[in-house]
Design a protein around this ligand. Structure first.
Ligand code: FAD
Length: 503
């Protein structure tokens, strides 16, 4: 890794001033328009990543995302070194770091790929003004979304609040541009620019005061952060799992989903690359169009969430439907702790929460169930769930996470109606009928027959005994009764309804 010592690489002999490429949520060399433009200047390129700090910094990553970031940066640094360059790492307020590096290195132009979270947009706008005042040019490019949030408007000129017309408008823009190849070489900037050591940033859990237990072990087994890992995952997905996606994506034990979300989140792969790779599969006739269509429609949900967050900056704290301010959320520390630990007594919920803790991910179907359980069975504010997933998901995204929580809560755009309360038992019986998912994550129930797996409390004593399950000891009894919880949720929702109707 880079160190505080000057680079030993030979700087480019170009007489042109250096260009600076500021990496953010685009940790890749292929399909990186800002990198391409920086190289096009013909000068050496300073590649910089900033661990942003300060009051106006974008939402800091949670624990699982910090783990990912560490490994993704290590992979990026190695890939840049392979091409003759060097990744400079610095921490602090982005504006101070950039000004310092640009002035010291005599940078003429700073290039970056645009980001869209409102806090980040504010940072970028302020930095652009500050650098311009120093006579440094800033050039920003589209790289991480197929459609930028300000590009799509409905007929009355407002941002879309409903997914289907948004998706239609995006598709009407025509096929996304072709992805760019990775550059063959990366001539690096002046050697004297100091860099932090990645290891000193303390992004890995082992650097915290209590390194035990090593909760990153499951993450290491499940993931390969970095651009190469992202490309390999995409190609495996297209070759092996995309066929059957439309049906299979809802079943958590089947491997029909892509697992691309954390790679997309950190920009190790772009939606343009994904779109074109699936288009090739369609042309080659290797995957039915139906599966590809469904997959692309999910990719467009990511764009829709980004658009919602862009247009409502406080999406993580304010319900899009203001009537939800009247919701009498409950406080239930015990229930919330049981939810976090995967000890609710509902096997599908517990399996999801344990997968989350172990692998930093939860299958989408199960995400809806765990979120619904917290909000509707326990009556706990969706924002508390959003924060927990922000800390524990490797794909925690400042737009998709709150937008989806609001969707489940019923207060978001195009949201599921609040009165739809997922029944975790029926969801389990439908989407994990053979129990492979629950048996994997809740092994203490593994020997229960399928009939009782999703409702162990209802199993006859002899069946429980044979399976070695002692309710209340080896596995909890349900912390709430489904029917009672449902009635309580609907009663609470009356406050929202009254707020809406003024009753
Ligand atoms: P695939 O099924 O392979 O889908 C491909 C891609 O489409 C995903 O990688 C993702 O980028 C996008 N996508 C799919 N579904 C959605 C969706 N509902 N909303 C937005 N984009 C979608 N997704 C995140 O990327 N980050 C989050 O922080 C996040 N938090 C969520 C919280 C809750 C409560 C819920 C219900 C969903 C959340 N999602 C989030 C959406 C979804 O669960 C994940 O994107 C998906 O499970 C990722 O797995 P995959 O890459 O295998 O998905």
């Amino acid at each position: 890794m880079s160190s505080n010592t000057p680079s030993s690489n030979t700087p480019s002999s170009s007489k042109k001033p250096p260009a600076l490429l500021w990496f953010r949520n685009d940790l890749r060399l292929a399909d990186n328009p800002a990198l391409r433009k920086a190289l096009d200047t013909g000068g050496p390129v300073i590649a910089l990543y900033i661990l942003e700090e300060g009051l106006d910094a974008p939402r800091p990553p949670g624990g699982a995302a910090r783990w990912w970031l560490h490994h993704s940066l290590a992979a990026l640094a190695a890939a840049i070194a392979d091409k003759g360059g060097r990744l400079i790492l610095r921490r602090g307020p982005a504006r101070d770091v950039l000004t310092d590096v640009c002035v010291k290195a005599g940078v003429a132009t700073v290039f970056w790929n645009r980001r869209y979270e409102p806090t980040a947009v504010a940072v970028d706008t302020a930095i652009k003004a500050a650098l311009t005042a120093f006579g440094i040019e800033v050039s920003s490019l589209q790289a991480n979304l197929l459609a930028e949030p300000f590009a799509l408007k409905n007929k009355s000129g407002s941002p879309f609040k409903v997914y289907t017309p948004f998706a239609k408008a995006l598709r009407a823009m025509g096929p996304p541009r072709a992805p760019l190849p990775a550059p063959p070489a990366l001539p690096h900037g002046p050697g004297e620019i100091a860099s932090d050591r990645l290891e000193d940033w303390g992004l890995l859990p082992g650097h915290q005061p209590n390194p035990e237990p090593d909760w990153a072990a499951g993450l290491r087994d499940a993931w390969s952060p970095g651009e190469a890992g992202a490309i390999a995952r995409l190609s495996d997905f297209i070759d092996e799992s995309l066929r059957g996606y439309a049906e299979g994506r809802d079943f958590p034990a089947r491997s029909h989903v892509s697992g691309l979300s954390p790679h997309l989140r950190s920009g190790e792969i772009s939606p343009f690359q994904i779109w074109h790779a699936t288009a090739h599969a369609l042309e080659a006739g290797t995957v039915p169009g139906r599966d590809i269509e469904k997959f692309l429609s999910e990719l467009i949900w990511r764009e829709f969430c980004a658009s919602l967050a862009f247009h409502q900056p406080d999406i993580a704290s304010r319900p899009l439907d203001a009537a939800f301010n009247a919701m009498p959320w409950r406080r239930d520390a015990k229930g919330e702790a049981a939810w976090r630990r995967g000890q609710t007594g509902y096997p599908l919920v517990d399996a999801g929460m344990r997968q989350l803790w172990h692998e930093g991910i939860v299958h989408n179907r199960v995400r809806m169930v765990i979120a619904s359980f917290l909000i509707k069975h326990l009556g706990i504010d969706w924002r508390r769930g959003e924060e927990w997933l922000w800390d524990t998901l490797v794909d925690a995204d400042a737009a998709s996470n709150p937008a989806n929580w609001q969707w489940v809560a019923g207060c978001g755009a195009d949201a599921a109606p609040y009165v739809r309360v997922f029944n975790p038992t029926l969801q389990g019986e439908r989407f994990d009928a053979r129990g492979a998912y629950v048996r994997r994550w809740v092994p203490e129930l593994a020997d229960l027959p399928d009939t009782w797996l999703h409702k162990p409390w209802a199993a006859p004593a002899a069946v429980l005994e044979k399976a070695g399950v002692v309710l209340g000891e080896s596995y909890p009894r349900p912390i709430v009764d489904h029917d009672a919880a449902r009635r309580r949720a609907l009663d609470a929702y009356e406050h929202v309804r009254a707020e809406r109707t003024g009753a």
